[in-house]
Structures are given as structure tokens and as C-alpha cells.
Design a protein around this ligand. Structure first.
Ligand SMILES: Cc1ncc(C[n+]2csc(CCOP(=O)(O)OP(=O)(O)O)c2C)c(N)n1
Length: 653
């Protein structure tokens, strides 16, 4: 069937049976591709029929379908002209793992972070009405994403607005792991309503066929039924806040879903359709362990076994936290629905009473952690760097103004790779760097992460520790010295150039020093805030040439911090900063991205040997980042006067 379908229009004349055949073809394609490229498997397998039904009833791209989080948009991509490219999923220059407006007109809104779809849908619906246009707007949101504050804020606003818009609630009882919280319990009650409705039908169809007892039993059961109804059917929260509620409907029954979508299409005002799906549907290992196949690397289709690669930073963090928590009863852990990814499973198992999963709610998680800290506990809260962006104000307002001892562990910092722009963690050093009272640390390897965590939980103030996704670079294993807040670690001395690096980039710096033909010192910054000014100035005076390397944007990060230290101290060492430009970095592997942005050791070493030393004569000293150099060279050449001035004076660029 898949061969016959290129665009949603091709679905319109197909029978339900053909669509079911198509569902099976799509599942096969997704399993094959994700088993090679990695990606979000279980969520996509759960929405195959739902996506087919949506595209059968609605008319994309005229009608706008917004996928919350967007990790479940593979089926949508396959049905909207991208099945041929599907093999390139998440690869460099291939199709993205999330909806992208630049990739297809069928992707009407970029997503990647949770709980944004209803806000965007309401915005589009309002714009449509003001501009007197005619199309439908549909937000597809999971029960997990519905625990996010932004989704609840939007649900509240959209219900009250009376605007025509459709919310499809994809309820599979799972966030990444089992969904929790009051909303999850409420949805469970709504599902009971379906069980209750089904029971009614079973009673009629089944008991009715048994001679003698049939009819009398049915009427007896029906009497009980009306009594039960009031007991078991919960009050309709969605209806009370302004939605027409349809469902719950079996999310693997294309026919039934299409019926409800058709009703929704002609209904005025906000409509919420409750669709019940099974995460991982159609692939046994994913059905049995949907959490393990939520986001996966490559795996063996036959066995479901992953091609795993050993311990990573998250796991080291989790194990060390358990060790520390055994000694200190005040340590508690908080997660915003990311206990697997951040390495907290062991902690949850060992200390269920000291473990809190608050739903996909980073803002609440940080506010809650602040409360825990204020009342005497030591909360440790691991959050992926890009999701911490959600909680910026909470870090300032709830944690740091009160100087509370909350330890924020910024996981997946730097480039994460194939998940792309929405997930790259390249802004955290910059935005955290602005916050008073906050100490910011970054370990060069596993061992240093353990030491920093121990130091942080014993420091009565807010601390952020940022570390990357994946494995450590073992080249630094022999470099061990006690971690001190505000102190760099000199890995290697040198006389011609000093490289200041942070976190995992210290391994790159060491490699640069071994490839380059200059005599290079390597300094592991360790704490970005407070920064070790003395070591910076000492090396600037000694080498006169400073290089910084970070896996963050240079703006506001390590590079600019060291530049300002030099400026503040009237030091005129040459400085060149390696890091990411202030731009959104697309999906590709980490290695490919580092190569593209000139952040691998070979490129930096070559740059140092070839270019960095070719400074215009007569205009030393100067202080510039790479981007400024060509401009100033030209200007200096043109303006002799300026060169003379430069020779005599300090130019701070
Ligand atoms: C702000 C934010 N926090 C965390 C995540 C990581 N995340 C991706 S999908 C997901 C679970 C989503 O659950 P649900 O909406 O029910 O969709 P399902 O995968 O179950 O279909 C989480 C926590 C995210 N994308 N955005």
C-alpha cells in the first residue's frame, strides 16, 4: 500500500482495509529505519493509525496539524511526501526527527520541546479568524505533554476563547515512563468510562444471547448501570472548561477515529478528542518496554537488543548520587519526567520516598526544588540543558535570589547531535553565566563529575554542573587533582600559547597541544563562575597568546568571560575563541557538527600553526575574536594613522 501513497490526498479514496494494510507497511518502514538511524520508536508506532485517520479526514497543508514535542511525527512525514527520504532520518542533510517548517509545507510549526502545541494552535486559529481565512487547526498532544505548564495554560485559554480548534489528546498512559500526576489519574478515570461503555455492549451482546436468563439479566444490569454511571464517570473537566469532549476512542481503529474527526470538523468552538493508543504498538519489544524504545540508538530488530556503548555521564551522575544519598539523608532528587535519560532509576529504586517525578514540568521542578531547599533538604535536579531553558526564571527568582542550595545538573550540555536544533545544549553556559549567586562547574571526565557533585551537595549555595551526552574521553584519566570552586586545573604547562578549555573540550585541548608545533599550556577551567582570574592573567602574561575552547556559543560563554577578564586587567594578550557561533545548530552526529564548526583538535591545531600567528605587523598587541580579525586587518591597512595609534595604545575591540 505504501507504494500508492505519496501525499495525504492519496488516502482519500482508500478503504479502511487498505489503510490498515498501509499502517502495517508504515510500521515496517519505521522499525527498519530507526533500528539503523536511532530515533523515537515507541511513540511513532503508537500513532500510525491516528496519523492515517487525521490525514484521511483533514486537508493538510491547508488544515494545520501541530505535533506536540514532534517526536511522533515520523508517520506524518512518511504520508506527506517524504517516504523516499525517510532513510536519511536524523542524518546530516537528511530529514529531521522533528517537524520543521523549512522541510515541508506540511510541517506547519516547529516543535521539539514539550507542551507547546495548544498555544501555537490557538495562535494560528485566532490569526485565521482575524484574517478571515478558512482552515482547521489541530493540536496533537500526548498525555505526558499535557502535564506541562504551558499546555495547561493554553488549555485554559483556548477553552475560554470559544475559538474553533481541535485538540487531539493521544493518551497512551505513558510519558517516557509511566505518566504520573493528577491529570494522569483523571485520564485513567475517563478511560474507565470506555471500559464501562464497552462492558455495557458486552453485556447486551453476550448475556442477551443466553436463553432464559438473557433479557431479565440485561434489564437488571442496566438498572445497576445507571447507578454505577454516577459513581464511575468522573465529572467532565474538559467540558467544564469549555471543550466539547469526544471519546475516548480506540486509537488503533481508523474507522472510529475518522468518525469522530468528521464530527469535530463540523463542530464549533474548541473540541477535545480523547484517543487511546498503545505505545510501541506492533513491535513486541517496544510494546513490552516502551520506555526503553521511547528514544533509542540503533538496535537489532529480531532481538530488540540495543547496540549499546557502556557507561555514560548520566549513569555516572546517578550512581554517585546514590552513593552520596546513602551518607546524607537530606539529599533528594527531582526530575521533570526524565528519570531514565538523566540516570535516576537507581536513585528511585533505592530511595523511593526521596525521589520526585513531577511530570514534564521543568519550571515547577525548579520551584519545587527551591521549596525543598528552603525547608532544609538538599535537592539535586538533573535537567537536559535545552529543557533547562524553560526554567530560567525559576533559577533566578526561586533559587538564586534566595541563595538556596539547589544542585542543578545540566545533562546533555553541548552538542547532542541527531535530535537537532531544539535539543542542542549550547546556550546554558551563557544564560547561567548571567545569574548572581550561581556557581557553574563543568567536569572534564567522569571522575571530575563525581568530585564536583560531592562538592556541590556539600556547598550551601546554588550550583550548576554541566556535562555532555555520552561517554568520557579517557585521555584525561591520569589528570586528577582536588576540585576547588573558582580554581582552574593546569593540565600541562607551556610557553607560547595557553588554551583554556571547559568540560569535555579539555580532551580536545590536550590533543591540540600534542598535534600543534607550538609550546602549548592546557588549562581546564572547571568553574566558569566564579572564574579563576589569577590563573588567566598569569598565563596571559607568560604566553601572550590565549585560546579558549568550549562546546557552547562563544557569546556569553567561556570565550567572552576570559576576554573580559583580560580587558578588566588591562592585559593585551591575543585571544582567539573557539566555540559555536550564535546560531541554531542542525542535526548531524556530534563528530560531524564539530567538524563543520571547526571544533575538532586537528582543525584547531592547524589553525594555530597556520593562521593565528599571521598577525598584521606593527599592530600588536590586540585583543580580538576570530570574526573581528579580518575587519580590523583591512582597516589597519587602510588607515596608517590607526596603526600608529594601535602601536601606542590599547585597542579593546
Ligand atoms: C520541555 C521538555 N521536557 C522534556 C522533554 C523530553 N520528552 C520528549 S517526549 C517526552 C514524553 C512525552 O510524552 P507524551 O506527550 O505522552 O508522548 P508519547 O511519547 O507518550 O507519545 C519527554 C518527557 C521534551 N521534549 N521537552
Amino acid at each position: 500500500m505504501l507504494e500508492k501513497i505519496n501525499l495525504p490526498i492519496d488516502l482519500k479514496d482508500k478503504t479502511i482495509k487498505e489503510k490498515e494494510e498501509l499502517a502495517s507497511d508504515i510500521r515496517k518502514l519505521i522499525i527498519e529505519t530507526v533500528s539503523k538511524n536511532g530515533g523515537h520508536l515507541a511513540s511513532n508506532l503508537g500513532v500510525v493509525e491516528l496519523t492515517i485517520a487525521l490525514h484521511s479526514v483533514f486537508d493538510a497543508p491547508k488544515d494545520k496539524i501541530i505535533w506536540d514535542v514532534g517526536h511522533q511525527s515520523y508517520v506524518h512525514k512518511i504520508l506527506t511526501g517524504r517516504k523516499e527520504q525517510f532513510g536519511t532520518l536524523r542524518q546530516k542533510d537528511g530529514i529531521a526527527g522533528f517537524p520543521k517548517i523549512t522541510e515541508s509545507e506540511y510541517d506547519c510549526f516547529n516543535t521539539g520541546h514539550s507542551s507547546t502545541s495548544i498555544s501555537a494552535a490557538l495562535g494560528m486559529a485566532k490569526a485565521r479568524d482575524i484574517l478571515k481565512e478558512d482552515y482547521k487547526v489541530i493540536a496533537v498532544i500526548g498525555d505526558g505533554a499535557l502535564t506541562g505548564g504551558m499546555a495547561l495554560e493554553a488549555l485554559n485559554d483556548a477553552g475560554y476563547s470559544k475559538t474553533d480548534l481541535i485538540v487531539v489528546l493521544n493518551d497512551n498512559e505513558m510519558s517516557i515512563s509511566k505518566n504520573i500526576g493528577g491529570m494522569a489519574s483523571f485520564l485513567a478515570k475517563l478511560r474507565t468510562r470506555r471500559a464501562y461503555t464497552n462492558m455495557n455492549r458486552v453485556v447486551k451482546n453476550g448475556l442477551g444471547k443466553i436463553p432464559y436468563i438473557g433479557k431479565r439479566t440485561i434489564s437488571g444490569v442496566q438498572k445497576i448501570k445507571s447507578g454505577l454511571k454516577h459513581l464511575f464517570i468522573p465529572k467532565m473537566f474538559f467540558e467544564d472548561i469549555g471543550y466539547k469532549y469526544l471519546g475516548p476512542v480506540d486509537g488503533h481503529d481508523i474507522d472510529k477515529m475518522m468518525d469522530l474527526f468528521k464530527i469535530a470538523k463540523t463542530t464549533e468552538g474548541p473540541v477535545l478528542i480523547h484517543v487511546v493508543t498503545k505505545k510501541g504498538k506492533g513491535y513486541k519489544p517496544a510494546e513490552e518496554e516502551p520506555d526503553k524504545f521511547h528514544s533509542t540508538g540503533s538496535f537489532n530488530i529480531e532481538t530488540g537488543k540495543k547496540n549499546s556503548s557502556g557507561k555514560d555521564y548520566s549513569r555516572i551522575f546517578g550512581e554517585k548520587l546514590v552513593e552520596l544519598a546513602k551518607k546524607d539523608q537530606r539529599i533528594v532528587a527531582v526530575t521533570a519526567s526524565m528519570k531514565e535519560g538523566t540516570g535516576l532509576l537507581k536513585f528511585e529504586h533505592e530511595f523511593p520516598d526521596r525521589f520526585f517525578d513531577v511530570g514534564i514540568a521543568e519550571q515547577h521542578a525548579l520551584g519545587f526544588a527551591a521549596g525543598l531547599a528552603k525547608a532544609g533538604l538538599k535537592p539535586v535536579i538533573p535537567i537536559y540543558s535545552s529543557f533547562l531553558q524553560r526554567g530560567y526564571d525559576q533559577v533566578i527568582h526561586d533559587v538564586c535570589i534566595q541563595n538556596l542550595p539547589v544542585v542543578i545538573c545540566v545533562d546533555r550540555a553541548g552538542i547532542v547531535g541527531n535530535d537537532g536544533e531544539t535539543h542542542q545544549g549550547i546556550f546554558d553556559l551563557s544564560f547561567l553565566n548571567t545569574i548572581p549567586n550561581l556557581t557553574i562547574m563543568a567536569p572534564k571526565n567522569f571522575n571530575e563529575l563525581e568530585d564536583m557533585l560531592e562538592l556541590a551537595v556539600n556547598t550551601e549555595m546554588p550550583v550548576a554542573i554541566r556535562y555532555p551526552r555520552g561517554l568520557e574521553d579517557t585521555s584525561l584519566s591520569s589528570f586528577k587533582s582536588p576540585v576547588e570552586i573558582g580554581k582552574c586545573e593546569v593540565i600541562k604547562d607551556g610557553n607560547e600559547v595557553a588554551i583554556f578549555s571547559i568540560g569535555k573540550m579539555t580532551a580536545t585541548a590536550l590533543k591540540v597541544s600534542s598535534i600543534s608545533n607550538k609550546d602549548i599550556a592546557v588549562i581546564n577551567v572547571r568553574t566558569l563562575k566564579p572564574i579563576d582570574k589569577k590563573t588567566i592573567i598569569d598565563f596571559a602574561e607568560k604566553t601572550k597568546n590565549i585560546i579558549t575552547i568550549e562546546d557552547n556559543i562563544i557569546t556569553g560563554g567561556l570565550g567572552e568571560t576570559i576576554q573580559s577578564v583580560l580587558r578588566e586587567n588591562n592585559n593585551f594578550a591575543t585571544i582567539k575563541c573557539y566555540g559555536y557561533p550564535t546560531e541554531f545548530v542542525k542535526h548531524a552526529s556530534v563528530g560531524e557538527i564539530e567538524e563543520m564548526y571547526g571544533l575538532n583538535a586537528e582543525k584547531i591545531a592547524k589553525d594555530i600553526d597556520d593562521t593565528f600567528w599571521k598577525r598584521p605587523k606593527n599592530c600588536e598587541p590586540y585583543c580580538a575574536t576570530e570574526t573581528y580579525i579580518p575587519d580590523y586587518i583591512t582597516k589597519f591597512k587602510k588607515m596608517k594613522k590607526s596603526i600608529d595609534f594601535c602601536n601606542k595604545n590599547v585597542i579593546s575591540l
